[in-house]
Design a protein around this ligand. Structure first.
Ligand code: NAD
Length: 250
């Protein structure tokens, strides 16, 4: 049902962004991919998905502007690229703060700013911002990430109000812990460092705050993004939809 629609997914060379890109492609959308990675691996992804790739660095405004110029008219915008850094506030490297705010928040403002005129002209569009359980709750040592993700929900609500009389919707999806290679690769080290079993690492360390003690799969997020593109989702706007195994219900 998405043939004839162009989708841009930022940070779509791995993890959640790639799964969302795959899900949108399966419904017929034309894809513009973005993100870092090995040139061969990216070429293979473009081949698999019939996609274009624009490798712009979205921590820089010029990078976002170059991406949007190369992408052309975007009908479905998924702001997914994100990064994390963990340190107490008083020791938080200021350049890390600037990068995290730039990538997780400011880049989304810029992609929206540059996409909305086209969406308004055709009176249809979907803006899907990938936030986090950390858009609703905090954890110590993640000041920049929590601030950026809270900010992203504020931006999304504002967009929803500004666009309410159009057929453009703006929503956040807020995952808890998602089973990505990054998560999987942390398990052996944590087992060794803390002398724990694989099950203990998963349930007591990683999923300490996720009551279901289970991960969402990236493809689950892909299906939710597809749903937000459907006509049935026309009245979902300004929402922050959690997929966090009950984390923020606590
Ligand atoms: P990931 O690290 O697997 O992928 C991040 C993507 O962003 C990659 O494609 C990477 O190349 C790209 N990227 C990184 N820096 C970039 C930059 N400067 N410019 C352009 N692209 C850049 O991450 P993920 O786990 O799939 O996370 C995706 C989003 O989901 C992020 O916004 C993250 O905060 C959010 N999230 C993830 C989880 C989780 O458990 N994995 C939970 C909640 C929220």
């Amino acid at each position: 049902f998405l043939s004839g629609k162009r989708a841009l997914v930022t940070g779509s060379t791995s993890g959640i962004g790639l799964a969302i890109a795959r899900a949108l492609r399966a419904e017929g959308a034309e894809l513009v991919l973005n993100g870092f990675g090995e040139p061969d691996a990216i070429a293979a992804l473009c081949e698999e998905l019939g996609a274009r790739h624009v490798g712009a660095d979205l921590t820089r405004r010029e990078g976002v502007e170059a991406l949007m110029a190369a992408a052309g008219a975007v009908d479905i915008l998924v702001n997914n690229a994100g990064m994390q850094f963990v340190a107490p506030v008083e020791a938080f490297p200021v350049e890390k703060w600037d990068q995290i705010i730039a990538l997780n928040l400011t880049a989304a403002f810029d992609t929206c700013r540059l996409t909305i005129p086209h969406m308004k002209a055709q009176n249809w569009g979907r803006i899907i911002n990938i936030a986090s359980a950390h858009s609703l709750t905090a954890s110590p040592f993640k000041s920049a990430y929590v601030s950026a993700k809270h900010g992203l929900t504020g931006l999304t609500k504002t967009l929803a109000l500004e666009l309410a009389r159009t057929r453009i919707t703006a929503n956040c999806i807020s995952p808890g812990y998602v089973w990505t290679p990054l998560v999987e690769n942390q398990i052996p080290d944590t087992m060794k460092a803390r002398g724990l079993t694989r099950e203990q690492v998963i349930e007591d360390v990683m999923l300490e705050r996720q009551p279901t003690k289970d991960f969402a799969q990236p493809s689950d997020l892909g299906e939710l993004a597809v749903f937000l593109c459907r006509d049935a989702a026309q009245q979902i706007t300004g929402s922050n939809i959690s997929m966090d195994g009950g984390w923020t219900a606590q």
